[in-house]
Design a protein around this ligand. Structure first.
Ligand code: KG4
Ligand code: ZN
Length: 344
């Protein structure tokens, strides 16, 4: 091995991360090195509990944590097997420590802390939202300054990112998150959970201009989506005939308009030339296309994660942990989970 290779191999680290903030149990193993682009994802396992919660019409925390306890050991076993790695060769253990459901967060964090203690390796507590925020840079060696739009089922926020762990909140939703609005409108239309993908599918052949739905707080840095949801609720009983596709397209366009306008306004105001989008709603093709086009018109670079990295997963937690470990961060096993953990 040449000198450069020897130097790189010394710095390579293997991270095992768990994500159990809500109703998805996920384990990932990631290997990467300092300034070494293209970290290698050795395993990424996920067990969804959607079907178990669907019959109750929402997530039942008690059922979620019981399921994490059942799934996590199985996923740890398959992840290490697929990655062809023994636990003792993992360099650090990480877990999501918030925000999320307390009883769910506790399971992943306790497992990671136990492994870190047992194998005498560092433990890293990762903010779920930082996992999303960094996901567009997955595999990159560094995080460029950017305006970050995080749109998920629980959160809608705009941040100014100046580098790893250097985040400033620009605006957040004052009521529903964008994904929550998708899910609630989908429920009104009789679709299953999660509602975003189904609305996107129906919107595909619909007319986004047929229904004039509200775009709230356009001149503010904050977001509000509950008025839009209520407008759909009042409109629905008045509709007859074929309206579902047009309604889905009009609703989706109302959300996309607000997200694109505020993100571009923030990039202009903050004079930042890179825009990123992350979180489950960033799977939405129209949001990506319209944000990419708007960025191109502004001369901004647009970056999003691949679709599989947008919804909840442990690979993004492992990536955040890898960057943090390389930057010298470490958590204490006595650090507690925090269901309301803030990002900035
Ligand atoms: O990031 P995520 O997996 O979980 C949270 O941290 O909340 O996001 C889930 C959210 C759900 O509200 C889901 O409806 C939404 O992302 N979503 C979408 C799409 N795919 C997932 N929303 C709109 N269009 C999609 N294609
Ligand atoms: Zn999430």
């Amino acid at each position: 091995m040449g000198r450069a290779g020897a130097r790189l191999s010394i710095q390579m680290k293997t991270i095992l991360a768990l994500e159990t903030s809500c109703d998805e149990t996920a384990v990932a193993i990631l290997r990467g090195g300092n300034g070494h682009p293209g970290s290698e994802l050795l395993a990424s396992e996920i067990a969804s509990q959607i079907a178990e919660h669907e019959k109750y019409g929402g997530i039942v925390p008690e059922i979620a944590s019981r399921n994490h306890l059942v799934h996590a050991p199985r996923l740890l076993e398959s992840a290490t097997r697929n990655a062809k790695i023994d636990m003792e060769n993992v360099d650090a253990f990480a877990a999501t420590s918030g925000p999320g459901l307390a009883s769910s967060l506790m399971i992943g964090a306790s497992i990671a802390k136990g492994l870190a203690t047992g194998f005498r390796k560092p433990y890293l507590a990762i903010n779920h939202l930082e996992g999303h925020l960094l996901s567009p840079f997955f595999g990159d060696g560094e995080v460029n300054p950017n305006i970050s739009l995080i749109v998920s089922g629980g959160h809608t926020m705009l941040l100014r990112v100046d580098g790893l762990a250097d985040y400033q909140l620009i605006g957040r939703t004052v009521d529903d998150a964008a994904g929550e609005a998708f899910d609630k409108v989908a429920k009104m239309l009789g679709f299953g959970y999660p509602g975003g993908p189904e609305i996107e599918k129906r919107a595909h052949n619909g007319d986004p201009t047929r229904f004039n739905l509200p775009r709230s707080m356009l001149d503010s840095e904050s977001f509000s989506f509950s008025g839009l949801k209520t407008a759909v609720r009042y409109l629905l009983p008045k509709l007859k005939g074929d309206y579902v596709e047009d309604l889905c397209a009009s609703f989706q366009q109302a959300i996309v308009d607000v997200l694109v306008r505020k993100t571009i306004a923030a990039a202009q105001k903050e004079n930042v030339a890179v825009v990123t989008v992350s979180g489950g709603v960033s799977c939405n093709g129209e949001l990506r296309r319209q944000l990419r086009d708007a960025c191109a018109r502004q001369g901004c670079k647009f970056k999003s994660a691949e679709a599989w990295l947008c919804t909840d997963n442990a690979a993004m937690i492992a990536f955040a942990a890898l960057l943090r470990l390389q930057a010298g961060f470490e958590s204490k096993v006595t650090d507690e989970i925090d269901p309301n953990l803030a990002l900035a």
